[in-house]
Design a binder for this molecule. Structure first.
Ligand code: PBG
Length: 337
């Protein structure tokens, strides 16, 4: 080891010695303002269902969703992101239920905006909860490999996004990874006068195995079967491509940009933030949640400390906000100090 010429004059530990100087040195902070809470919504009344692979997460009917929304407001969490659990009977190859004006998401949005108008409501734009095959888009019936068609899917996504806007959604969030969907959705919304409806683009969304528990939660895992989403979601090996994807969504008029999954992709969050300087969000996905919960349940990790550390790490990597199933817990822990 070469000697360190700065030592002993420079001692990095000096500023770490006391809490006051540690506080002064702290570069990043996590607050409830940074959090978005994803919620799974069910049909019916007074209904909750546990998600086996996501202990602590419950699917809730719209009446109970309003209670969740009030908690989020009370804890200072700015927005909810809705994910519907669609009855298998409502799933079709063409996903027509996705733009039903009286569909589950559309009713949930109306109820939320009426009960808690100040709370931001984000809706997912993708067809997978509604397709009998579990893909995010429409399948080419003439292709033996079942290619998910891009341009035909755009039409469906635009209808879905528009129906969310009509219901009162503040932010529509295309998570499907079709090419050109942001431009198409923006044009459709603008043509109908929804110039204030924001678009949160899942721009750098990877074909990840960490989504497993989510697919259980919305009940699309069985429909998807052995299928995968690698013809539209990104290859986990790629990084330059993520920057390009985000840049395209910037040019198409998106307002917010998502990197997903979260913790294994902090390098992507940092690159997007540094190279493009856009509002950047990270999704701490279901598999990340499941890992932390499983280790905590076994007494292998301290849940509160590890969750807050993981969420702070997103901020340090450059995220402006984080979608996390821990949002309400984290907001509560932050309040307790
Ligand atoms: C689908 C969608 C997925 C998630 C959010 N929207 C899964 C997928 O692409 O199959 C995953 C979220 C999570 O794992 O928490 N449009």
């Amino acid at each position: 080891m070469p000697p360190n010429p700065a030592f002993p004059a420079t001692r990095m530990r000096r500023m770490r010695r006391d809490e006051f100087s540690r506080r002064l040195m702290r570069e990043h902070r996590l607050s409830a303002d940074d959090l978005i809470y994803p919620v799974f919504v069910l049909d019916g009344e007074g209904r909750t269902e546990r998600v086996a692979s996501m202990p602590g997460v419950e699917r809730v009917s719209i009446d109970l969703l309003l209670g969740v929304a009030k908690q989020a407001l009370e804890l200072g969490v700015p927005a909810l992101a809705l994910f519907p659990v669609i009855d298998p009977a409502g799933k079709t190859p063409g996903a027509e239920e996705a733009w039903n004006p009286d569909g589950l998401v559309q009713r949930a949005v109306r109820a939320l905006k009426q009960a808690c108008p100040e709370l931001g409501v984000i809706t997912d734009v993708a067809l997978d909860p509604y397709t009998s095959h579990g893909q995010d888009g429409l399948i080419d019936p003439t292709d033996p490999r079942g290619y998910v068609m891009n341009d035909e899917t755009l039409e469906a996504l635009a209808r879905q996004a528009l129906s969310h806007a009509h219901a009162g959604a503040d932010v529509v969030a295309p998570s499907d990874m079709m090419d050109g969907r942001v431009a198409r959705i923006r044009a459709t919304l603008d043509a109908e006068g929804f110039i204030h409806t924001r678009i949160l683009a899942y721009s750098a969304k990877y074909a990840s195995s960490f989504y497993g528990p989510f697919r259980d939660a919305v009940g699309s895992a069985g429909n998807l079967g052995k299928g995968d989403k690698r013809t539209y979601q990104m290859d986990p090996a790629n990084s330059d491509e993520a920057v390009r994807e985000v840049a395209l969504d910037v040019s198409e008029g998106a307002d917010m940009f998502m990197v997903k999954p979260g913790m294994p992709y902090l390098d992507i969050v940092r690159r997007v933030k540094t190279e493009l300087g856009v509002p950047t969000y990270a999704y701490q996905v279901s598999g990340e949640y499941a890992m932390l919960k499983a280790a905590a349940a076994n007494g292998w990790l301290a849940e509160r400390d590890c969750v807050l550390e993981a969420l702070l790490a997103f901020k340090r990597a450059g995220a402006d906000g984080i979608l996390t199933y821990f949002a309400l817990d984290a907001a509560r822990w932050l309040r307790e100090g």
